[in-house]
Ligand binder design. Structure first.
Ligand SMILES: Cc1cc2nc3c(=O)[nH]c(=O)nc-3n(C[C@H](O)[C@H](O)[C@H](O)COP(=O)(O)OP(=O)(O)OC[C@H]3O[C@@H](n4cnc5c(N)ncnc54)[C@H](O)[C@@H]3O)c2cc1C
Length: 454
């Protein structure tokens, strides 16, 4: 029987999966495979919440494959070696997969292509447009979002395809599969109080449907900045693991321009990381390479535990720690606070987010942190420094979001949450650990001193 492998990566679904559809169209029996990473808990960018969600997604994918008469083969170790071994065991004639936009994923693909004795077929799937498809008039990469997004929006979009109905007969029983993974594989413990979304393709499709069919999509423009309401789609973890396809989401989100533009931000950061992979190590804007980031004593512990005495910051950090997700407006507030009020380098926050976010995307996380720190792809200069108190007045004036995540402040009158207090707001809640105005001036000074002379 002619056989090909399909390598599942960040595309854990059967509906509108480009590489999987191509494997099926080859006419051969398709053996689906997932390869577990061997990252262990000491890996700085690993965290139990995201991996717990991933375990659930793999389990759900495995069930979905069973239901169409197939069997997911799970292997663990180096992806290239494992694919070679499985291809030999199954006499596969080709390997199909979707391209990963991340630098690490790309390097594995290159190694696979350079060493594979059988053809490897790769497909665009994670994005609507890959980095090389959206270029300036002179053929170079964009460094600023607005012109990028104009070009990106104008391009014709690829259309969704129907769900796969069969992959042909399942792999023979002697083909070994690793058991479904649990956190123990990565030497991690589940976080007892974590509140995670339901993993898997079906749950993700329900979330997409709920967003599109309710008023939330039409009200998105007005509500997306209010963290106390479900004003955004919450689909970032589903996009991260490919539980839904970006083509389907984009097609369903028409004609809402604001929402489509947000999907454009995701691809802008993916493109930036492709063209400037060095941003993982250094500032996107080289003018600020000499800016000092001395940190504030005790600041990091207060920030990571949600005890800075700035209620909007602490509410965001508690939401992140419990749910592995944080509202975008609050991500900006806490990121600016860490870099511009507590003076820590953006890499510190980037790593902490990566450990805790279920939706952690290397490109968007790096882009979001560099934007917030003032070193990134932002048309506004570094002196865009948001005041956490003014942000609270604007986006959580009744303190609903704050009170939800900080139960110790549940009985504090809302107006007391809007300005720096002089007395503790509650017995168990600290006074602000810094004065925003003083820290703002210090940040302006740091940037002025470190900025490359023009
Ligand atoms: C410091 C910082 C770190 C971030 N880290 C990540 C990350 O690791 N992973 C991640 O997916 N997003 C990240 N973001 C972007 C944004 O906060 C999330 O995409 C968004 O909050 C996800 O919630 P949602 O799906 O309800 O978004 P919605 O508002 O419903 O937006 C729909 C989709 O558009 C994309 N999107 C929206 N805003 C942005 C943005 N500013 N940048 C990139 N993509 C965007 C996401 O894929 C999102 O799921 C970060 C933002 C900041 C400021």
């Amino acid at each position: 029987m002619r056989t090909v492998l399909f390598w599942f990566r960040r595309d854990l679904r059967l509906t509108d999966n480009t590489g999987l559809a191509a494997a099926v169209a080859s006419g051969a029996r398709v053996i689906p495979v997932y390869i577990l990473s061997t990252w262990k808990k000491h890996h700085g960018w690993t965290g139990p919440k995201r991996l717990q969600f991933l375990c659930g997604c793999i389990e759900s994918l495995s069930r979905n494959l069973d239901s169409i008469g197939s069997r997911l083969i799970i292997r663990a170790g180096d992806a290239v070696e494992e694919l070679h071994k499985l291809a030999q065991e199954t006499q596969a004639e080709a390997i199909y997969f979707n391209r990963d936009p991340d630098p690490f994923g790309k390097s594995v693909e290159t190694r696979l292509a350079n060493t594979s004795p059988i053809p490897c077929h790769s497909y665009k799937d994670a994005v609507l447009h890959e980095a090389h498809e959206v270029l300036t008039g002179s053929g170079g990469p964009y460094r600023v979002y607005t012109p990028y997004s104009k070009n990106w929006l104008a391009l014709e979009k690829p259309q969704p395809q129907p769900a796969i109905k069969t992959l042909g007969p399942a792999a023979e029983t002697h083909i070994h599969s690793h058991p479904l993974p649990t956190l123990a594989w990565w030497d991690l413990q589940p976080q007892a109080d974590a509140q995670l979304p339901t993993p898997g393709e079906r749950a993700a499709r329900e979330r997409m449907k709920a967003f599109i069919q309710s008023q939330r999509l039409t009200a998105y423009k007005e509500q997306r900045d209010i963290p106390s309401i479900a004003g955004t789609s919450f689909l970032s973890p589903d996009l991260r693991f490919g539980l839904i396809s970006i083509r389907e989401l984009y097609a369903h989100s028409l004609p809402d321009l604001t929402y489509r533009k947000e999907l454009g931000w995701r691809e802008f950061y993916i493109a930036l990381l492709h063209h400037y992979p060095e941003v993982l190590e250094r500032d996107f804007n080289p003018d600020y390479a000499r800016v000092q980031w001395p940190g504030t004593e005790g600041g990091l512990e207060a920030w990571t535990t949600g005890k800075t005495g700035f209620p909007i910051v602490d509410a965001g950090m508690r939401q992140l720690i419990q749910t592995g997700w944080m509202h975008n407006r609050v991500r900006m507030i806490v990121a600016m606070f860490l870099t511009k009020d507590l003076h820590f380098h953006w890499k510190v926050g980037e790593q902490f987010f990566h450990q805790h976010l279920i939706d952690a995307e290397i490109a968007s996380n790096n882009g979001g942190w560099q934007w917030s720190a003032g070193t990134g792809a932002d048309a506004a200069p570094y002196f865009r420094i948001q005041n956490p108190w003014s942000q609270t007045k604007r986006y959580d004036p009744e303190g609903k979001y704050i009170k939800h995540w900080l139960p110790e402040l549940a009985h504090v009158p809302a107006e007391k949450l809007l300005d720096p207090p002089t007395l503790r707001l509650a017995k168990d809640y600290p006074l602000p650990i810094v004065d925003h105005t003083t820290q703002r001036d210090y940040t302006l000074e740091r940037f002025k001193l470190g900025k490359k002379p023009s």
